[in-house]
Every structure is written in C-alpha cells, then in structure tokens.
Design a protein around this ligand. Structure first.
Ligand code: 13P
Ligand code: SF4
Length: 340
C-alpha cells in the first residue's frame, strides 16, 4: 500500500520532479519542460482537491506523475476497500471505468469522476449482463448450485448478475470460501484457470482475456532468464498458463510491491502492465526491476491535465441506475465478507 510521500511532503519543485521521474529512464516523456508543466498541473490539482473536498484514488498502473496527486495508490482490492471509508464529497478515480464504477457502487451519495470516460477495459467489455444471465440460466440446469464469481474487471450490470466479486488478490480465497462446488468465473479465462489449479472446485471459465497480459509470451521471460538466471519472476495471474508456469510468484500488482520490498532478492522481472515496474523503480531504488511488460492503453489515457479539468469543471461523473447499483453492491460486499 502506498501513501505517496509527495502528498505528505508537499508538491515537488519542477527540478525535483524532473530528478525523481528521470530515474525511469524515459527521456521522451520526462524532460525539464514536461516536468515544469506537470508541476503546474500538480499544484492546481492540489488546490482544487481542497476547494472541492475531493480525494484522488489511483491504480498502480497509472502514469507516475499521477501518483504525485494521489491520496491513495493501490491494486483493485485495496482501492475497493479504500473506497468504503472515504471522508470527502468527491472521488476522482485515476484508473479505468470499472474501478470508478466500483467506487460509485460503494459510495452512492458521493460524486465520482473519471478524468477520461474513454478509459475502459477490454476484459470488462468481454462480458455483458445479458449474455451472463443466459449462460448462468443454462448452466444452472446442469449445476443447480452454480455460483457466479465475477472479477472486479466487469461492468456494474455484470456485477449485479453475480453472486460475489473477486480481484486478482483474493480470487482463490473467494472460490474456496464459497459453499458452492460449481463456479462460473467471469470474464478472465487465465485467472479462471489459475483459480481452478488452486481449488478443488469445478471452475467454468468465461471466454475473455486481458489484451495486455494475454500477449506476453514465455519466450520473452525465457530470454531474460537466460541472461539473468537469478532474477525473481513476478507474474500477474491474468497472464497465460505457460507464462505463469515460469513464475517465482503469481500475485496482484500490490502483492508484487510487497513481495519485492520484503524479498532478500535484489533483481526482479516484472510481468504485468509497465506502470507497476515504474512504481517499483521509484519506490525501491536499491533494487533493480527488469520489464517483460506491456502498456495498457486505457490506463494510460488518464493524464494530469484531464484530472485537473475533471475537478475544475466537475465533469465525467459516473452515474448508475440505482437498482443495478444496489445489486452490484451486494456482490462487492460479499467479496469483503469472504476475504477479511
Ligand atoms: P490488480 O487488481 O492486480 O491491481 O489488477 C488490476 C488489473 O486491471 C490487472 O490488469
Ligand atoms: Fe483491463 Fe487489461 Fe488494462 Fe487491466 S491491463 S485495465 S485488465 S485492459
């Protein structure tokens, strides 16, 4: 869990911000000029946050300059948990649409803003409530005790059709905690397979995957391991089974941060979206992180400029049908109950 030091310490000067971000070794994104611009946006966002009584929640995959305005940075489970105890009128969600929806599901009386409404998720798009209702009905003819477990990477409507939600951090725990023997796991086929391998339940997978993780191949991991056989390989469970087979540890994004911080190892290969390697590089400068990662185009749609504009104009609000919200809240609340 990261409570960004920048929030407690006050905004960095443009020079310090440049020094900080230059450590990422991306001279096209981080120049003295871009950091000057970012520092201005960061000052404006901090002022607007206090004027609007707003908090900023950010996912681990966000651009590192976004961390400078975040009140909390974490994985999907930590962000959902954090969203239930927010003392503010406005939540600005720097992440993707389903994450902002979860914050709204859990905080119906608060205004939840997503700085860019195009920031979706191809995995969440692979399941619709209508198709899920049909599949669930058909499968319950065969398995009357079937439970629908939906990954949080789903729309509010899909959550409303589900018995319980889970994240990459607690998927196995949720499957084990359910009294049901049969589970329809929606929508990630790779995470479903991982859950199946780690429970004795019958897990039926939906036909979906994350385009970011699914394109990572074993050859990319093996090429690094050949040169650096000592690196610890950290893999997100949205990756393919043949990639998971090469992992030293399979875990959520924040699980990787904790693992890297606590491990005596000094070098790691981080196999997930590239934002996580950036967070690790900035947070654990004494360790070395190699990348076998891809960018999520949706996560990277969120910028400081749009975050400032969202707060300034109070735009891009998440609005949910109350009946859908109430049913989706039940599935999220059950997740919290089953994974204390
Ligand atoms: P985490 O819950 O592990 O942060 O993952 C979220 C996600 O979208 C992975 O692609
Ligand atoms: Fe969705 Fe994949 Fe991007 Fe995560 S990394 S938000 S699952 S598209």
């Amino acid at each position: 869990m990261m409570e960004p030091e920048a929030v407690a310490a006050g905004p960095k000067s443009p020079r310090d911000l440049y020094r900080h971000l230059a450590r990422l070794g991306d001279p096209r994104a981080y120049t003295p000029e871009s950091c000057e611009r970012f520092a201005g946006e960061i000052r404006a966002i901090r002022r607007l946050k206090s004027e609007r009584n707003a908090v900023v929640l950010a996912h681990n995959y966000q651009r590192p300059e976004i961390f400078e305005v975040a009140d909390f940075v974490g994985d999907s489970l930590e962000l959902a948990r954090r969203a239930v105890r927010i003392d503010a009128d406005v939540i600005v969600f720097c992440g993707v649409h389903f994450m902002a929806e979860s914050a709204k599901i859990l905080n119906p009386e608060k205004t939840v803003l997503l700085p860019d409404l195009r920031a979706g998720c191809s995995l969440a798009d692979s399941a619709t409530a209508e198709r899920l209702a049909e599949r669930k009905a058909a499968l319950r003819e065969i398995y009357p005790d079937l439970a629908v477990v939906s990954y949080v990477n789903t729309t509010a409507e899909v959550k409303a059709e589900s018995d319980v939600c889970c994240t990459s951090a607690n998927a196995v725990q949720i499957a084990n905690a359910l009294p049901n023997r049969h589970i329809l796991f929606v929508p990630d086929e790779n995470l479903a397979r991982y859950v199946r391998q780690n429970t004795d339940k019958t897990v039926i997978a939906w036909d979906g995957n994350c385009y970011v993780h699914h394109q990572i191949t074993p050859a990319e991991i093996l090429a690094v391991k050949e040169k650096l056989p000592h690196v610890k390989v950290l893999v997100h469970p949205e990756c393919r089974a043949d990639v998971l087979a090469l992992a030293d540890a399979v875990m959520s994004t924040s699980g990787m941060v904790r693992y890297a911080a606590e491990s005596p190892a000094a070098e790691f290969l981080v196999v997930t979206e590239c934002g996580l390697s950036d967070r690790l590089t900035l947070e654990l400068p004494e360790k070395r992180f190699y990348k076998a990662c891809k960018l999520c185009r949706y996560m990277k749609m969120i910028t400081l400029a749009d975050t400032r504009a969202a707060l300034d104009l109070m735009r891009h609000e998440i609005v949910l049908d109350e009946e859908v919200r109430r049913r989706a809240a039940r599935a999220l609340t059950r997740m919290f109950e089953l994974s204390q």
